[in-house]
Design a protein around this ligand. Structure first.
Ligand SMILES: [Ca+2]
Ligand SMILES: [Ca+2]
Length: 172
């Protein structure tokens, strides 16, 4: 799938570099190099390549857009969840990243698919109390909007038709 193309590209560069160096280094140096790489990845960043480390969590900013259900299952398939914004602190951190990288409108793990008007966390379930609705939202347009996007022009929540394609953020 397209999900790892850039990550694989990064990994391939790493492997290529190690191979190139290995041709000119003895095994002790190679071991040292590998230890340094693992320290770098484990010590400075707890996250996989392509994920951002913030406050003991890792965040993945999608490089493609898709519908809500695919976003939800994609995040699960990589061992995380579609982002659930639980606090003002996390929200401010996400805002900073979204604005910094000019990230487009995106899905978050918030839905009223279970019960109209009852906004639940999509993966861990339970009612969400941190809400940032935009003006006039949620409006359940067409009596059929049950998934939540953040529209970045105002950094506000909007309920949306779940089949619409949007970027998304995973966390783990
Ligand atoms: Ca709804
Ligand atoms: Ca709406």
């Amino acid at each position: 799938m397209f999900k790892y193309i850039r990550d694989l590209h990064d990994l391939n560069i790493l492997i290529y570099t190690v191979n190139a160096l290995a041709a000119r280094m003895d095994s002790a140096k190679i071991v040292t190099l590998l230890l340094m790489i693992s320290f770098f990845r484990g010590g400075l960043s707890r996250c996989d390549i392509g994920w951002v480390n913030e406050n003991q969590s890792c965040y993945y900013f999608s490089r493609f857009s898709t519908n809500f259900y695919t976003a939800l299952s994609f995040c699960k398939s990589v061992g995380g969840k579609l982002i659930e914004i639980d606090s003002r602190f996390e929200w401010n951190m996400i805002k900073r990243h979204v604005q910094g990288r000019r990230f487009p409108d995106f899905y978050i793990g918030l839905t009223d698919l279970f019960s109209e008007g009852d906004w639940q966390k999509a993966t861990t379930l339970g009612r969400q109390t941190f809400l940032q609705w935009g003006n006039g939202q949620p409006d359940n347009a067409g009596n059929n909007q049950h998934c939540v996007q953040v529209y970045v022009s105002a950094m506000k929540f909007d309920d949306l038709w779940c089949h619409y394609d949007r970027h998304f953020i995973c966390e783990k």
